[in-house]
Design a protein around this ligand. Structure first.
Ligand SMILES: O=c1ccn([C@@H]2O[C@H](COP(=O)(O)O)[C@@H](O)[C@H]2O)c(=O)[nH]1
Length: 239
């Protein structure tokens, strides 16, 4: 089955592995098959900023560091990261409006200099369900809070949000098609949720209006990562 390149472009593979060697091996196996590679905290902490450029040789990079601090600190951290020109970068919406505005300003200035980076605000982690939120002191449903934070992220100048695909349709309706929805917590039917709480299948995530799907372990821990990615792409193609 031939996969439409516009479908493949929506699949982001999380390179959640401890070393450069393992990450580059995976990237080589998946190069040209998927749309983007995610460098997250594990790999960034192990290999540092310069390694991002190595991954970019295999494809566009989503740098998922979920920055969360006072506005000045986040803006300065972004200014240090933006010369890497990742396609996507994350901050936490719960750092607050002033932090998101400072981050959006730094990213806007980068784009005015010719950069391509888009800024996404993480709403409610897909590993959190209602019980975990209640223990954090919130009586809101995760979906309602994610939608509230998505509206706020848009007002503060973010280009989109990270949310569960369960919330993607509501975010699109409230914030518009151009405001991106990047959705982790993707699990093909019958695959264990592991530490994820708000999971959705690949085809359902696209039907709900996700801009990008982030998939880690179902691909990276499969005996044949390229075959696992192809199976997910085939499911996406049915949406
Ligand atoms: O709310 C969030 C935000 C980010 N993530 C990241 O996505 C991947 C998911 O990996 P799986 O192995 O497919 O569960 C991982 O890198 C997380 O850091 C998320 O899961 N939820």
């Amino acid at each position: 089955m031939t996969i439409d390149p516009s479908v493949a472009a929506k699949l982001v593979v999380a390179l959640d592995v401890p070393s450069a060697g393992e990450a580059l091996d995976l990237a080589a196996k998946l190069k040209g098959r998927v749309g983007m590679f995610k460098v997250g905290l594990e790999l960034f902490c192990a290999e540092g900023p310069a390694f991002v450029r190595e991954v970019q040789k295999a494809g566009p990079v989503f740098l998922d560091l979920k920055l969360h601090d006072i506005p000045n600190t986040v803006a300065r951290a972004l200014e240090a990261l933006l010369p890497l020109d990742p396609s996507l970068l994350t901050i936490h919406t719960q750092g607050g409006p002033a932090m998101m505005e400072a981050a959006a300003e730094a990213v806007r200035a980068h784009r005015q200099r010719g950069g391509r980076t888009r800024l996404l605000g993480v709403t409610i982690l897909t590993s959190l369900g209602p019980e975990a939120l209640a223990r954090l002191g919130s009586t809101a449903e995760p979906g309602d809070l994610a939608l509230h934070l998505a509206r706020l992220a848009k007002d503060c100048g973010c280009d989109g949000v990270v949310c569960s695909a369960r919330e993607a349709a509501a975010v699109r309706a409230a914030c518009g098609e151009a405001f991106h929805r990047l959705t982790p917590g993707i699990r093909p039917g019958g695959v264990a949720a592991q530490d994820q709480a708000r999971v959705v299948t690949p085809a359902q995530a696209l039907r709900e209006g996700a801009t990008w799907l982030v998939v880690g372990r179902p691909i990276t821990q499969a005996p044949d990562p390229a075959a696992a990615a192809d199976a997910i792409l085939r499911d996406m193609a049915t949406a």
